[in-house]
Design a protein around this ligand. Structure first.
Ligand SMILES: *Cc1c(COP(=O)(O)O)cnc(C)c1O
Length: 438
């Protein structure tokens, strides 16, 4: 399929997207949705249920995007919908403390290693931005460290060689971020302990915090060695810097204790989003009481939000976490991931382009031109996007929806059944046999 033949959405999607482009920059409210990395027109979605999304042309797709991670139970889980409907009848927002907010905070604090207090915000971006402000206040230092290949939302301090859509669009950072802000952020490669050591040797007494994704999942799935995270934890301790684990994707997806529990690492601060909102706009950050008490109104670190702790969003998150617990969700997702590997690995073994399935719990990704799972952004093959664009569209024609970027991961949900995985494997086999010109 040549680039010009890449279609994506049908006539109704195309008509709606034309309207969108007139009134919205690029037709979208978040850049990766525009299909820029794969070509063609985005699907404009009418509705979604379980593992299926339906576009405005009435075409049904088996969905592995899951709204980019939140929908761990699948779309419109009946019990979540029921809880939200009941909450709606009690009003949509109070601007005052409410019961589901307190209950969700109790659930998060009880589940996550080292967490004593949490504060809710409305997005992952806000969560990381606020955690960094807190870390700077707690240490009295200004420098922060992030890793290339990690994405932490779009706060100014973090739009420095960030991953996700930015890598896809070939921009190392964003216009509009003052050089002086970016100068306070150091960017290190993943998986290189020696580079970290040099960084801390040079600037250790000026570093407020190091922020890293629990499992980097915004630039492919770059599963880190335990030794790397342990070295990072030790360096932070030795130099008095705080470790922020960004668990916006991994929190309550890999398990109730996120990546921290998997790796046996306790961060000083952790950030959450996606799953804890059950599909509603939610973020959170938390840590030890002694750190969290620095936040207003107890302390001098200002942080606030009109819709923070919103009762509808808190109810959706709480229902999601309760269902995961009651229905043995995390263990079932592990089994589903094994079932996915059983089906996909033999298909990839016959791929005309070397490809490796990478997975961690219910997160999966295909590494192209790789014979083993990559651990750093720098090690990804530059031909990845070109191959992926072909595979993506060939899958879409077969009514299977992966993310419209080679560097975005896929998500399994409890709504996916073994038959869905069979369908995915068949579609992938067909898609791979259609690849041209690599
Ligand atoms: C999605 C994401 C964010 C940003 O969350 P938003 O809700 O999109 O602002 C931050 N960190 C990580 C690891 C993410 O995956």
């Amino acid at each position: 399929m040549s680039i010009d033949e890449r279609v994506g959405g049908g006539p109704e999607s195309r008509a709606w997207f034309e309207r969108a482009k007139r009134v919205t920059p690029g037709g979208v409210d978040s850049p990766v949705r525009a299909f820029g990395a794969v070509g063609g027109t985005p699907l404009v979605i009418r509705e979604a249920r379980g593992a299926t999304i339906v576009d405005v042309d009435g075409r049904e797709y088996l969905d592995f995007v899951g709204s980019w991670g939140p929908l761990i139970l699948g779309h419109g889980h009946p019990k979540v919908v029921e809880a939200v409907e009941a909450a709606l009848k009690r009003g949509t927002s109070y601007g005052a403390p409410c019961m589901p907010e307190i209950e969700l905070a109790e659930e998060v604090v009880a589940s996550y290693p080292g967490l004593e207090q949490v504060r809710f915000v409305s997005s992952g971006t806000e969560a990381v931005m606020s955690a960094i402000r807190l870390a700077r206040a707690a240490t009295g230092r200004d420098l922060i460290v992030k890793f290339s290949g990690c994405y932490h939302g779009h706060a100014d301090a973090l739009l420095v060689a960030a991953g996700s859509g930015l890598v896809t669009f070939g921009q190392p950072s964003s216009a509009g971020v003052p050089k002086d802000f970016a100068a306070l952020t150091r960017v290190a490669p993943l998986d290189e302990i020696s580079t970290l050591e040099r960084l801390f040797d040079a600037d250790g007494d000026r570093i407020a915090c190091v922020v890293i994704e629990g499992v980097p999942a915004n630039n492919g799935l770059l599963v880190q060695r335990k030794a790397f995270l342990e070295a990072l934890r030790a360096l932070c301790d030795r130099h008095g810097a705080l470790l922020i684990l960004d668990e916006v994707i991994t929190g309550f997806r890999l398990g109730p204790g996120g990546a921290a529990e998997r790796y046996g690492i306790t961060p000083d601060l952790a950030t959450f989003g996606k799953v804890i909102g059950g599909g509603m706009p939610v973020g959170a950050f938390g840590g030890r009481r002694e750190l969290m008490r620095l936040l207003a109104p107890e302390g001098g670190v200002y942080q606030a939000g009109t819709l923070s702790g919103n009762p509808i969003a808190m109810t959706a998150g709480l229902a999601t976490l309760r269902i995961l617990r009651a229905e043995d969700g995390w263990r079932r997702l592990e089994a589903l991931s094994d079932a996915l590997a059983e089906r996909i690995e033999p298909v990839l073994a016959k791929s005309p382009v070397p490809a490796t399935l990478v997975r961690m719990g219910s997160i999966f990704w295909i590494a192209w031109f790789a014979s083993e799972p990559p651990r750093s952004a720098e090690s990804l093959d530059p031909r990845t996007s070109a191959v992926y664009a072909q595979v993506f569209h060939a899958l879409l024609e077969r009514r299977v929806a992966l993310a419209p970027s080679a560097f975005e991961v896929g998500f399994l949900s409890l709504a996916h059944e073994h038959a869905d995985l069979d369908r995915f494997a068949d579609a992938l086999a067909g898609a791979l046999s259609s690849i041209e010109n690599v």
